[in-house]
Write a protein that binds this ligand. Structure first.
Ligand SMILES: [Zn+2]
Length: 496
């Protein structure tokens, strides 16, 4: 750890845009719904360089899904950026923190060079700064995407598969409405840079279908547009593993990240007005590594394959098909007392002692019930098969790694009263809420998807549901990871 409180804190920032402009199309299914050739809004890599005496911290945010493993940024990105920063600016690798917003934008192929360019520019324009830290509140734009079910399991809200039927959903989990805010001002009180931390997947998309930095990009734009000329806003993704934008599965209105981002940006601006800034802030940065246990997923895979087979075998034979089922559904809901003909025909049958229509209705209702059950089974199969694929992928990755543990990098950063700790996985919101509570610092914030990418890292409790939802299936780790990580994170927070 390096720390220096005596010297003045200096900072510089820059942003460089990074959308993919070359005509190459990506075949990655992650971008299946994005028309990369259409630029809806700009994607950026932004850099904030902080220096106090011989302590340097470089905070980089990038509008991308992750900085390794998934998406268009390659696995050697972080190492390459660090090598170049060391060579060009004598910045140590341990001083560099890179957070991916986790938006599903398609970025340019020379992202390493553009990141280095942003940091270089930032380092060339350092000025003394005053610092303020505080929080804002936003609870209108996101929801927990994991759904506890009546049967004790959990499902989740994805485009990759169907939702469970409404009557099987027993509740909904928590969100974290807190916006963590750091503001940097020039010595004359002019806003200089704003760093804000919030937990929500920025994956709403835009009506044009074009390339977008999504809701965090729009939030940053609102903050920048409404602050002093030239201010830069840097979004730090929080513990958003199980947090989605609201109305993520809307099929009645074009899904649009812009109003959601505007709300987040305005809530951040509202909070900023009440955050005082002061001189004499302390800069500290800690960089540590931790080995986390990889999971053996064979048992979960076996259980899910068994479930898949059971579901397949439970499909009932039925006389209906989609063409006959749909008109029946309409008729039996429109006129439940006399669905098959006008009511007088039912009255006439009753008077003449016949029950032919009643018999037809009973048969149709039974067949519709069977057909609906088949549909629900089919929908459940979409969930089972997608999660099975994820489990098999990660079992293969763990086998190929040839090690029982996975090394991760954790950063602790203090800038005045703003305290941050980072993790490379997609942390669940509960982990963020617990760590904030356990921290000795009032203004503690947690950033996931930082300095690497290790897929989802749900809580040990969520991992009891392995195979049931994306987070618990799209995970390399054994449940013991959580306690090891949380203990280490608290240790880092205490050192800050
Ligand atoms: Zn995600």
């Amino acid at each position: 750890m390096t720390t220096n409180t005596a010297a003045p804190l200096q900072a510089g920032f820059a942003k460089v845009d990074i959308p993919r402009t070359d005509p190459t199309t990506t075949t990655d299914p992650l971008y299946a719904n994005i028309d990369a050739a259409t630029i809806n809004d700009r994607l950026y890599v932004k850099a904030l360089v902080l220096r106090q005496g011989n302590t340097t911290a470089v905070l980089v945010t990038v509008d991308a899904v992750a900085i390794a493993e998934i998406g268009t940024i390659r696995d050697d990105y972080l190492a390459n950026v660090r090598t170049k920063l060391h060579a060009n600016l004598q910045i140590e690798a341990s001083s560099v923190l890179i957070n991916a917003s986790h938006c599903h934008g398609v970025v340019c192929s020379d992202i390493v060079e553009r990141t280095v360019e942003a940091v270089k520019k930032a380092a060339q324009n350092m000025v003394p700064v005053r610092v303020g830290a505080g929080t804002g509140h936003e609870d209108r734009i996101m929801e927990n995407r994991r759904l506890p079910l009546e049967n004790g399991r959990e499902a989740d809200v994805r485009h990759a598969y169907s939702m469970p039927p409404d009557d099987e959903v027993a509740g909904v989990g928590p969100v974290d409405p807190e916006i963590g805010i750091l503001k940097l001002e020039r010595e004359n009180g002019q806003t200089f840079a704003i760093v804000y931390n919030f937990a929500c997947h920025p994956i709403q998309g835009v009506p044009s279908g074009g390339n977008t930095a999504d809701l965090s990009g729009f939030a940053s734009k609102v903050i920048e547009d409404c602050s002093n000329e030239g201010t830069v806003a840097l979004f730090l993704q929080g513990c958003a593993g199980d947090i989605n934008p609201v109305r993520y599965k809307d099929v009645d209105q074009p899904r649009d990240a812009e109003p959601l981002g505007n709300l987040l940006g305005l809530s951040t601006l509202r909070a900023l007005r009440d955050i005082p800034s002061k001189k004499g802030a302390t800069l500290k940065i800690i960089n540590e590594s931790l080995a986390l246990p990889r999971a053996d997923l064979q048992q979960s895979i076996g259980e899910l394959q068994e479930k898949q087979q059971q579901l397949l075998e439970s499909l009932n034979g039925t006389t209906l098909n989609l063409k006959t089922f749909l008109p029946l559904m309409v008729k039996y809901h429109l006129a439940p007392e006399s669905p098959s003909y006008y009511s007088h025909r039912y009255m006439h049958e009753e008077k003449t002692g016949r029950n032919h229509l009643a018999k037809l209705d009973a048969d149709n209702r039974h067949n519709m019930q069977q057909y609906t059950e088949n549909i629900h089974t089919m929908e459940e199969l979409t969930r089972v098969q997608e999660n099975l694929r994820l489990l098999q992928m990660h079992q293969a990755q763990n086998a190929a790694a040839g090690e029982d543990t996975l090394e991760v990098e954790l950063v602790g950063l203090r800038i005045g009263d703003f305290v941050l700790t980072t993790f490379p996985g997609e942390l669940s919101v509960q982990t963020g809420l617990s760590l904030k509570k356990a921290s000795p610092h009032a203004l503690t914030f947690i950033a996931g998807v930082t300095n690497g990418y290790i897929y989802y890292t749900p809580t040990a409790k969520q991992l009891e549901n392995r195979g049931g939802a994306q987070e618990d299936s799209d995970c390399l780790l054994a449940p013991e990871w959580q306690e090891l990580y949380e203990n280490k994170a608290v240790e880092i927070l205490q050192k800050l």
